[in-house]
Design a protein around this ligand. Structure first.
Ligand SMILES: [Zn+2]
Length: 81
């Protein structure tokens, strides 16, 4: 768990257990800094979309846009069931 890097204050909790979907993988670089796969995309609130690579946050150009608006081929609107 960590706080959203955009500063909105949302605590993001990600599952690292493969039985959960979605789940993420954390790797430690040779400097001991974490990298996270795949990217994180908040589907509510700030809709931050970023990668964590070698301990740094890399923002995606579509950050702030709902996933299903920015990339409807890969994300379904969760409000539509
Ligand atoms: Zn945020």
């Amino acid at each position: 768990m960590f706080r959203c890097p955009c500063g909105c204050g949302t605590v993001i909790s990600l599952s690292l257990q493969r039985i959960h979907k979605p789940s993420w993988t954390v790797e430690k670089s040779k400097y001991g800094r974490p990298s996270l796969y795949p990217s994180v995309w908040q589907n509510k609130g700030c809709c931050s979309h970023f990668w964590i690579k070698d301990g740094r946050v890399h923002w995606c150009s579509n950050s702030g846009i709902e996933p299903w608006v920015a990339d409807p081929k890969h994300y379904a609107d969760p409000r539509i069931v």
